[in-house]
Design a protein around this ligand. Sequence first.
Ligand code: FES
Ligand code: FE2
Length: 307
Amino acid sequence: MDAPFGTFLLDEAIVIWRTSDGKAHAMKDLCIHRGTALSLGWLKDDCVVCPYHAWQYDRHGECILIPQAPGAKIPSKAKTPKYNCVEKFGIVWVAINEPVYNLPNIQEFNDKKWQFINTGPFEWDSDSSRQIENFTDFGHFPWVHPGLLGNPDRPLVPECKVQVKGSVLHYSIVRPEANNTNDFPIFANEKVVKPERKSVYELHLPYTIILRLGWGGEKGMIYFFTSQPISKNKCRGYCIVGRNYNLDEPESVIQDFEKVIFDQDKRIVESQRPQQVPFDLSEELHLKFDSVAINYRRTMKKEKLYY
Ligand code: FES
Ligand SMILES: [Fe+2]
């Protein structure tokens, strides 16, 4: 990152940038002088420089140089709010208020036998809650991803019990494996009579999922998915795919596969109204196979995690 990067979190404009020691910083993307977006500026001497009149803000958000008033005392009001910011899994995480939960751990990330591939990001016109529920939804696989993740001849959703531990939902399912296609030979289904895939999920509220796929042997995949809540009608999903096999296969095979899958979901989810999941269970119609969504909505409401 050699230039400041502007983005939004819960409608708040944020500028993210790095000092020369490599550390990432996040601040309100607003210059106190005339309200200009600092992210349109540039980096100099471990500061963000405003693009309008070149005031310089340091890593604490303090303005330390005003070129139009050299040597004069800098007004104490000359600063921009700084936010909590950490980097993990190659993603910069920002919390506008004090963080409520710890970020999850994935031990495989530090294991050399595993390869991790960034896919996306996937920017959708929906709230993050709809994007997350879509990632956890089993019933749509045969209809939205026929031939890739499901088969219309097998519409039944296997039984899935959800365990809620604090702000994390745990659940798993075993289902018949969809075949690899010639374009996307990426799943490690063993050549057995009845190939089955076990999917073990951790849904860390509000918007992060760790999914481990296994076929009964050593080979495994991990999906790490998190959705950035930009606004109530905009989100950006980051999907990191890990695997401990096929390490010579080009990363683009997985990236292209996820692009196809996420694009198939995007048009469906962008049509959903309201754009944010209604957290009151009476507002939509739930059946037994929707147990993950029911628990997601219930726990989000209990933990007061939506806005
Ligand atoms: S608006 Fe930023 S320096 Fe003037
Ligand atoms: Fe999908």
